[in-house]
Write a protein that binds this ligand. Structure first.
Ligand code: SF4
Length: 293
């Protein structure tokens, strides 16, 4: 059997940085005796979260903290903020509760936060295209109060009527689909006196999708590695299935199906939150032709 990796796969820059920041904080915590916590799960991958737990990093429940129930728990601890960022109020609350804050917000998300703030201060009406329940969107909104979240073109239509004649800027949640962003942009642009589309989409998801599509043409079957709770891994798996090739979504090498060993050329991809070690284990097990235990 030959195993071919997608040209782009696995952990994106932002998640890699956040993981490195957490491991550094874990070492500091071990040396100083301070507990180390992440504001919610750091990575959408159960194995990576388990590894962090082994290193001494545990998870702080963001809802309970925001409700003021965990101030005593965070006092004297190191708290890491995730790659998708958080509103400034969370920083302030953590600092007031006596925590040392490590900001692991992805540089791309930080850029969106800064841009939204800058545009609001300059008098623009700012819309954020994305999912209003997503933490990244909440973080951007917190940096630019008065901005409005737009989830789809229907919502953009309602907003366009009340924002007609204004200077409108549109920021995107980094992981929104390009087609959804373009639809929202075209509706708002029609009503605005001046329109600024800020290109804040992150290419990480699309790069993995494109690489998978290219790979599908070269192989007989596809294996996608990543957390079942990872939205971008799920999307990769859907694309793998849509390619018409037999495809599997697994979290670890132990989940490899016996069937996959019947194929001569197997393609390997992984989501943007999948650690390298998991990809390497799957690849090694495929080459060793070791089926499920
Ligand atoms: S997907 Fe993009 S924006 Fe999100 S953490 Fe990764 S690199 Fe940053």
């Amino acid at each position: 059997m030959i195993v071919i990796r997608a040209k782009t796969l696995g952990m994106c820059m932002g998640v890699r940085k956040a993981e490195a920041a957490a491991l550094k904080a874990a070492a500091k915590g071990a040396a100083s005796g301070k507990p180390v916590l992440t504001y919610g799960p750091l990575i959408h991958n159960p194995q990576a979260v388990a590894e962090l737990e082994k290193a001494g990093v545990s998870i702080l429940d963001p809802e309970a903290f925001d409700a003021g129930r965990l101030d005593r728990k965070v006092s004297g601890s190191i708290v890491i903020l995730r790659a998708h960022g958080a509103p400034p109020q969370v920083f302030q609350h953590l600092a007031a509760a006596g925590a040392e804050v490590v900001d692991a917000t992805c540089p791309r998300v930080l850029k969106s936060q800064r841009k939204a703030r800058e545009l609001r201060n300059a008098g623009w009406s700012v819309a954020i295209a994305g999912d209003r329940s997503h933490d990244e969107v909440a973080g951007i909104l917190g940096c630019a109060p008065g901005s409005v979240v737009v989830q789809d073109s229907a919502e953009a239509g309602s907003l366009a009527s009340s924002w007609a004649g204004r200077r409108v800027a549109l920021i995107a949640q980094t992981t929104i689909k390009r087609s959804e962003y373009d639809e929202i942009a075209s509706v708002l642009a029609l009503a605005a006196s001046e329109f600024l589309a800020v290109d804040s989409l992150c290419p990480a998801t699309l790069d993995r999708q494109r690489a998978l599509a290219e790979l599908a043409g070269e192989v007989d079957a596809l294996v996608v590695v990543g957390g079942r709770n990872s939205a971008n891994t799920q999307r990769l798996f859907m694309s793998a299935k849509a390619s018409g090739k037999p495809a599997w979504h697994i979290e670890t090498a132990l989940e490899l199906s016996a069937e996959v060993f019947g194929f001569a050329r197997v393609g390997l991809s992984a989501g943007a939150s999948t650690p390298d070690s998991l990809v390497e284990e799957v690849e090694a097990r495929l080459y060793r032709q070791e089926g499920p235990c």
